[in-house]
Design a protein around this ligand. Structure first.
Ligand SMILES: Cc1ncc(COP(=O)(O)O)c(C=O)c1O
Length: 462
């Protein structure tokens, strides 16, 4: 039996950090069972009677975040035990996003195969690893040889650190005023281009007796973030004089996520090379020089420099259909649900809000417990398909907030409880995205908070 304070120390970065408690916990350390299935008992300090279960959901669940009210509950009583329970993990609702760890691993190794030795991989795990869960995905990528992790915001970096992820994390979107202390305390590297932000970060770093690694961000044609070419040298001279900053990297981003073998992309690469030169004339020669997104990993070796920053490829999608074969990656998320109700209706029956679909024949309409609040886009209404019993069925009528109707007339065996794949197995997120006039990135990141992520080694097939 461990005292919780000691456990908090031992388990730092996992579920119990910051727990306030005057009782005790039994940690089930049986390595043969997944963390999520283990029973951790929280006992009263004196009577030793179990008062609650400490639900440690893998690494997903730092307890020191007071803002997440639905994920925390206070157990009344003398022991003031806080424990974690993800409400989305309450069993029953069949709408889940399965994430294949072997697919994530394969995709990261595929990136390494494509870039060859001597080039590092910064695995982009921003936006909760494109919806797959930042902490588990980060762990897999690091095991598969990624050098570090790219996030968009400081809070995403903090989430990873709280979960105990130690390798380098680069905040690609830069820092906002007020985030300096978190950057220093959590040992994050951060993009810089603004003298005001750079000075503030320098002051925070020096105040803590530390040096913060920074990556100078150049805008080579995206017109989003970063320094213009003309300002690189001056900025380089400024940061060189800031003792609290260490220029670890220089980077830019392609304005196209899919076509990086165009004249404009080549011009961006050339501008980037000039910026690297300009920094060198200011006496700065960072070791991490990075420009390549997934598309450039695939088709633009001159843009690999010393590090690449793939995102979408790691999750199993090519940035464009013509790159799919070369990418050789496999979808890592299977977004699925099950038929909640199936009924026969006569011809002429309107379906869903506004009756935008009316049956033309006697039909079997099945209702799925998934809607746009789960990330199944309303633009899928009357356009997209799902997979039932290995066959495609159309989405009919408007997608609702919590429900979606499909026509399974042509799958006569289909019935209540049958698994329905929304995307990820037999139907790509890119295909659904095309039906919704968007991109796979949006389909993946849209999968909502109330959809539990279930981590599996491989998808099971019926
Ligand atoms: C700065 C930066 N680097 C890398 C990536 C990864 O791009 P992709 O997912 O196309 O590989 C992104 C994604 O948008 C990004 O914003």
């Amino acid at each position: 039996m461990d005292d919780l304070d000691r456990v908090a120390l031992v388990e730092r970065g996992r579920a119990v950090v910051g727990a306030r408690h005057d009782g005790a916990v039994h940690l089930d350390r049986d390595p043969s069972r997944p963390e999520s299935e283990r029973r951790h008992e929280v006992c009263d300090g004196r009577s030793r009677r179990e008062r609650a279960r400490l639900v440690v959901h893998g690494d997903l669940h730092p307890l020191d975040n007071d803002s997440d009210a639905t994920d925390r509950r206070q157990v009344d009583g003398p022991s003031r035990i806080w424990y974690a329970e993800r409400l989305s993990d309450v069993p029953g609702r069949p709408t889940v996003a399965e994430v294949s760890l072997s697919a994530l691993r394969h995709n990261c190794r595929r990136v390494r195969e494509l870039i060859g030795p001597g080039v590092a991989v910064l695995a982009v795990v921003k936006a909760d690893a494109y919806g797959h869960g930042a902490v588990p995905a980060a762990r897999v990528f690091l095991e598969a040889g990624a050098w570090g992790l790219g996030v968009s915001s400081v809070v995403e970096g903090v989430e990873l650190r709280r979960a105990g992820v130690e390798p380098p994390i680069v905040v690609l979107g830069g820092a906002f005023a007020g985030e300096e202390d978190s950057i220093v305390a959590r040992d994050l590297a951060v993009a810089v281009w603004d003298p005001v932000r750079a000075r503030a970060l320098d002051a925070a770093a020096r105040g803590a007796g530390r040096r913060v690694p920074v990556h100078v961000k150049i805008d080579t044609g995206m017109t989003r973030l970063g320094l213009d070419l003309a300002g690189v040298r001056e900025f380089g001279a400024l940061v060189r004089g800031l003792a609290g900053l260490e220029v670890a990297g220089v980077f830019s981003h392609f304005a196209s996520a899919d076509a990086v073998d165009t004249a404009e992309a080549r011009a961006q690469t050339a501008r980037f090379e000039q910026a690297v030169e300009a920094l060198a004339t200011a006496g700065i020669r960072p070791t991490l020089v990075h420009l390549a997104n997934s598309a450039a990993v695939l088709v633009a070796p001159p843009a690999h420099f010393t590090m690449v920053r793939p995102g979408i490829m790691l999750y199993g999608y090519a940035p464009a259909p013509h790159l799919a074969q070369r990418a050789g990656v496999v979808p890592a998320m299977r977004f699925q649900t099950a038929i909640g109700q199936a009924r026969r209706v006569p011809a002429g029956t309107p379906v869903s809000y506004g009756g935008t679909f009316v049956t033309r024949r006697p039909s079997t309409i099945a209702t799925l417990p998934v809607g746009y609040a789960d990330g199944y886009h309303r633009l899928a209404s009357n356009r997209a398909h799902v997979v039932v019993r290995g066959r495609r069925s159309p989405v009919v009528g408007r997608v609702c907030m919590d429900h979606t109707m499909i026509d399974v007339t042509d799958v006569p065996e289909a019935g209540t409880g049958d698994r329905v794949v929304l995307f990820g197995d037999g139907l790509g997120a890119d295909e659904l995205a095309a039906s919704c006039e968007t991109i796979s990135y949006e389909m993946l990141t849209a999968v909502g908070r109330r959809v539990p992520r279930r981590y599996v080694e491989d998808f099971t097939r019926e």
